[in-house]
Structure formats: C-alpha cells, structure tokens
Design a protein around this ligand. Structure first.
Ligand code: PHE
Length: 453
C-alpha cells in the first residue's frame, strides 16, 4: 500500500458517496415520469431486470478497476489493460465517459435549478391554492424565462463547484455525510404521509407493480429502461470508477456495489410510491411526462393548504440535495484526471470545467424558450431532448458495453479475482459470465432492436 494514496476517511463512505451519486434526479424526477409514460409496471419490471443482470455486474467492474489503481479513470483502465497484456487503446472508454461528463452536467444543472426555484417558490407561498392551470402557468413562466433558468443554473453550478473544490475528503465526503441521512429521513417521512394520508397508496402500488406484457412489445420501453438503469446507477461514464479509486483495499466490492444498487432501487420505488398516490388522490393522470413533478405533483401540493405548502418545500429541497449529491460525482472524474495528468490545481480544474458545462447548459436553457422551435436532425427533439437522449440512451449504455467487454475479455481473471476475494469460486465465475456474455449481449440486443425499429 503506498502511503500517498488518497482514501475516503471512513469505511462506509464509498457506499454513501456512490449511493449519493446514484440517487438523484434519475430517481426522483425521471424514474416516476418514465414509469408513468411507459405504462407503470412493465417499465418497472424491465428496469429491475436491467439493474440486476447488467447494472450490478458492471458496477462491480467499474469499482474493481478504479479501486485497484487508486488513480483517475483513464490511468485505472490503462493499468488494468497493461497488467493483463491488453491494449492501452481501451483507455478510450474513459474518453466516452469524459464526453458524458460535459453533456450530462450541462442539463443536469438546469433541471436541478428548477427544483431550487420550486423550493423557494413553495416557501414564498407562490403556489398556495393554485389550480392545475395556474400551476402549469407558473411552470411555463419559469421555462419561458432564460434569465431565471440561467440564474438557478448558475447557483447550482456554483454549489457543485464549491464542494468539488474542497477535494474528496474535505468536500465530497463531508457534504455527503450531511446530505444522505437528510435525504433518507425526508423521503421516509413523505412515504409515511403518502401511505397514511392519501387514501390512494394501494393504487400507487398497483400502478408500479402491475405489469402489462403487451407494453413490452414496444422496443422504446426496453431501451428507455436499459438507458435509465445506467443513468440511475451512474454507470458507463467512470463516475463509480472514480469514487472507487478512493476506496480502501480491504472493503468487499461485491457487498458495497450490492448496497448501492439496492439503495438506489429502493429510493426510486419509494419516490414512485410517494408521488403516484398523491397524484391519484387529486384525480390526476400519471403519464404527464417531465412535468409530472413540476406540474402534476405540484398542483396536488398547491391544493393541500398549509400542509401542502410545507410538503412542497420539503419535497423540492429533497430533489435539490439528491441532485447535488449526484452532480459532484458527475464532474469529479474529469477533475481527478486533470489534476493527476497535468500540473493543474483542483481549483483551476473545477472552475474551468464547471465554466464550460455552464456554457453548454445554455443550450438546455434555450431549448425551453428561444430555441424551442429548433428541432435538430430533422426530428422532434430540441437541443435538450437530443443531449438527454444521446447521454442516457446511447453514450451511457455504450460506455457500459465497453466496460463489460473490457472486463470480460481483456482484463485477466487473476486481476479481477484479486479485487473480489469475498466471492466464492462459483459466484466469481457467475459474475465473470455475466460481464463477459450476458451484459454485452443484452446491451447489443437492445441497441439492435432500436435500430431495427
Ligand atoms: N445517477 C444520477 C441520477 O440518478 C445521475 C448520474 C449519472 C450521476 C451518471 C453520475 C453519473 O440522477
């Protein structure tokens, strides 16, 4: 063990930080509306399968590659390749990841900005007593205002940058230690509310777990579920690999990855079980798309008197901290790589990258107003839709595919085995089989079904 290795200061930090990365807008905003749009249970089932068969094995791969080298993702992949007599070209996987960093953070910060705006809006009573049309009007007014969107996008980018500048231990670890318990307590409180006060809890349960197989004939449901599994677990772009590079050598990777996966899944399901009963209790529809939180759920809060207002503040605060605990992990991979590779300070790297993604984020901001008629590639997608689609449905699964192929076919079994001593031989071979054959074939099949559509 080299003494200058930078580890998390606590053994539990990797799980907490990786769960903080995984749990974010993906769980609280995207998962519920995607389940709503794609018919509930059918989507949830495919999503859960993707998590188990593809997500968990890839999370273990990213973790072992990162942990064994204790360095940035690019170097980590290079080392794993060199130690297995493989080609250094596999480092290109990290390049895909770094492209994702910029694209993903650019829109993530804008959407997180909506949550900040709503936290303040509810606190100021802007929503109190408003009906659905009026709440929709407030949302439309926010989207129509580049200045407001840019303002919140700026605030969120700065919050992220400040934490990252503190470094792994003094910035990320400290922030996570406050944010994660808060997040779990708030969500649990809201779950109790939804279960006891809405009278529609079972309808929510039924909606999320009743799966209608005919929906699965639509390949777009399957690609969305797969893409979302990567998005939600923060896989395919070296975020988990980077966090694992700070992990102590004697921590079992399998259990840690399993914990992160289970926590992420439970929180997505809990978010669905908070949101849908409240939405159904107000006689509203589940399939309203990205506006599910910001219009449908918010109308329910607006209709709920003072209690509704408090719930609104608490809920959007929850979304904001979940987003922040993820956004730091989105930017950290490139920051870590830059400071290790070049003679640059953490501060300078963070400021430059956050500045760059802030600029890119303007494309998302303008997609909702002055560029809302700009439809790229002859389709119906605005620049924001396109960036989201590119990252979630193409680049993250592609990054995941390469990580699976790399670990399954290039990294020698001895190299992987050293990092997974906790597994019995049988389980190790099962993991290796999943990563070598099952995960790549599944990802390729999903890609194929979309191209062939
Ligand atoms: N998992 C995060 C979420 O669900 C998003 C994310 C993706 C974070 C990829 C890091 C890397 O919101």
């Amino acid at each position: 063990m080299s003494s200058n290795k930078l580890n998390w200061s606590r053994r539990s930090t990797f799980i907490l930080a990786a769960a903080g990365s995984a749990i974010g807008l993906g769980n609280l905003w995207k998962f519920p509306y995607m389940a709503g749009e794609n018919g509930g249970g059918a989507f949830v089932l495919v999503y859960l399968l993707c998590i188990l068969i593809i997500g968990l094995p890839i999370m273990m791969s990213e973790s072992l590659i990162g942990r064994r080298s204790h360095s940035d993702a690019m170097t980590a992949i290079g080392k794993a390749a060199a130690d297995s007599n493989g080609s250094k070209n596999w480092q290109a996987i990290a390049s895909i990841g770094f492209v994702c960093v910029f694209l993903l953070f650019s829109f993530y910060s804008v959407i997180a900005g909506w949550a900040l705006d709503y936290t303040v809006g509810f606190a100021l009573g802007d929503f109190f007593g408003k009906n659905q049309d009026e709440v929709e009007g407030l949302f439309d007014a926010l989207l129509a205002s580049p200045a407001r969107l840019i303002g919140w996008h700026t605030v969120f980018t700065i919050m992220t940058a400040v934490i990252i500048m503190g470094g792994a231990r003094k910035g990320i670890e400290k922030a996570i230690a406050v944010m994660m318990p808060l997040l779990i307590i708030i969500l649990f409180g809201m779950l109790v509310f939804s279960a006891t006060q809405t009278g529609k809890f079972m309808e929510g349960v039924h909606f999320l777990f009743n799966w209608s197989p005919e929906k699965l004939k639509d390949p777009s449901v399957v690609i969305s579920a797969l893409g979302h599994a990567f998005f939600s677990l923060s896989l395919g772009m070296c975020a988990i690999m980077t966090y694992a590079s700070y992990m102590q050598d004697d921590i079992p990777i399998t259990q840690s990855a399993a914990w992160v996966t289970v926590l992420d899944t439970l929180i997505a399901l809990a978010a669905g079980l908070v949101i849908f009963p409240i939405v159904f209790a107000h006689g509203m529809a589940a399939g309203s798309g990205p506006g599910l939180l910001f219009v449908t759920l918010s109308t329910a809060f607006a209709d709920g008197g003072s209690l509704g207002t408090v719930l609104g503040v608490v809920f959007f605060f929850l979304v904001s901290i979940a987003a922040l605990s993820s956004s730091i992990s989105i930017v950290e991979p490139v920051v870590r790589w830059t400071i290790e590779r070049f003679d640059v300070s953490r501060k300078a790297a963070t400021v430059s990258y956050c500045g760059l993604t802030w600029l890119l984020g303007l494309a998302t901001v303008f997609s909702f107003n002055i560029w809302s008629d700009v439809h790229l590639l002859g389709g119906e997608k605005t620049p924001f839709d396109l960036i989201d689609y590119l990252v979630s449905n193409i680049l993250l699964p592609l990054g995941g595919l390469f990580i699976a192929l790399f670990t399954g076919w290039v990294v020698s079994k001895n190299v992987s085995r050293e990092q997974l001593p906790e597994l019995s031989d049988a389980l190790f071979h099962l993991w290796h089989f999943m990563i070598k054959f099952v995960a790549p074939v599944a990802i390729l099949l999903v890609f194929y079904s979309v191209i062939a559509e």
